[in-house]
Ligand binder design. Structure first.
Ligand code: PAF
Length: 277
C-alpha cells in the first residue's frame, strides 16, 4: 500500500491502467468505512482512500480541532481493507490559501443539514470536486448515512459532468442499532443510550409506514419516540421526497426519506431511513 500527498498521488495515478475507485474519508475509520472499502475493492482494479479532515466543511463553532485523527490506526485499517493508495494530503497542500472559488451546493445544500450548518455542503462539494480532479476515479463510494451529502454529490457529478459512477452503501449500524459515525466516540454510555432513540424512531416510523400510513402519521410516530428521549435535542425530523429533498405532500406516492438530526450531549448525530409510499 502506498501513502502520500499530491505529488506521490499524481505519480502513482499516472502509472495506473485499470479502473480506480475512490473512498473519500476524514479518517477515524470504523466498520462503515471498511464496508465502503470492501465495496470499492469488489468493483475496481485499484482502490484509493483519502484521509483528509476538510476545514471548509466545519463551522466556526464545530469540532474541526477536536475531530479524531488516529492516523496510524487508519492506515492499518486501509491496509487490512486492501486499499492500494492512501491519499493523505497536508492541509497546506490542499489549501495553500483560502479558496476564492468554491462549489455552490444550491437550494438542496441550504435545507436540513445545510440549514443547521451554513456553508457545510459548499465545503463538502468543494473538497470532493478537488478529490475527483486529483484522483480521477472511475467510481466513488459513499455511505448513505450522510444521505443529503450523497444526493448533492450525485447532483454535482451530473451537473458538472464529472463522468464518475457514484455508488451508495446502506447505513452500517452497530449491534444496538446506532448508525456508525466517527463522532459516536464522543458519546459516553448514558448519551449513547439516549442516542438510540434515533434508530428506534426510524424503526417506529417505518413500521407505521408499512401499515399504509400517510406522511403526517409517519413523522408523528418518529417524533413520539424522539420526544421521550431526555437529553436528546431534536434538530430536524422530516419526511422528504427522495428526488428533491422537499417535504413530502400528504398525498405523495413514491420514494421518500425520513431524515433525523439531533444533538446528544453536544454531539451532532444524523440518520435516515428510506420509505416507499
Ligand atoms: O463524509 C465525509 O467523511 C466527508 O464529508 C467527505 C466526503 C470525506 C468530504 O470531506
Amino acid at each position: 500500500m502506498d501513502v502520500g500527498g499530491i505529488q506521490a498521488l499524481r505519480a502513482w495515478r499516472a502509472a495506473q491502467t485499470g479502473t480506480v475507485a475512490l473512498v473519500p474519508t476524514m479518517g477515524a475509520l470504523h466498520s462503515g468505512h471498511r464496508a465502503l472499502m470492501a465495496r470499492a475493492r469488489a468493483s475496481a482494479d485499484v482502490v484509493v482512500a483519502s484521509i483528509f479532515v476538510n476545514p471548509l466543511q466545519f463551522g466556526a463553532d464545530e469540532d474541526f480541532v477536536r475531530y479524531p485523527r488516529p492516523f496510524s490506526a487508519d492506515l492499518a485499517a486501509c491496509g487490512e481493507a486492501g486499499v492500494d493508495f492512501v491519499f493523505a494530503p497536508a492541509l497546506g497542500e490542499m489549501y495553500p490559501s483560502a479558496p476564492e472559488v468554491r462549489v455552490s451546493s444550491g437550494r438542496m445544500g441550504e435545507v436540513f443539514e445545510g440549514a443547521s450548518r451554513p456553508g457545510h455542503f459548499d465545503g463538502v462539494l468543494t473538497v470532493v470536486a478537488k478529490l475527483f480532479n486529483l484522483i480521477a476515479p472511475h467510481q466513488a463510494v459513499f455511505g448513505l448515512k450522510d444521505i443529503q451529502q450523497f444526493c448533492l454529490v450525485q447532483r454535482m457529478i451530473a451537473d458538472l459532468d464529472f463522468g464518475i459512477e457514484l455508488i451508495g452503501l446502506p447505513v452500517v449500524r452497530d449491534a444496538d442499532g446506532l448508525a456508525m459515525s466517527s463522532r459516536n466516540q464522543y458519546l459516553d454510555a448514558a448519551e449513547r443510550q439516549c442516542a438510540l432513540a434515533i434508530p428506534h424512531a426510524l424503526q417506529a416510523a417505518t413500521a407505521v409506514a408499512e401499515q399504509g400510513s400517510r406522511p403526517e402519521a409517519i413523522e408523528a410516530a418518529a417524533r413520539e419516540v424522539l420526544d421521550s428521549a431526555h437529553g436528546l435535542e431534536l434538530d430536524y425530523l422530516s419526511l422528504v421526497e427522495a428526488a428533491t429533498f422537499r417535504p413530502c405532500p400528504p398525498d405523495f406516492c413514491g420514494s421518500t426519506l425520513l431524515l433525523v438530526s439531533a444533538n446528544v450531549g453536544g454531539t451532532h448525530l444524523i440518520d435516515n431511513a428510506p420509505i416507499e409510499l
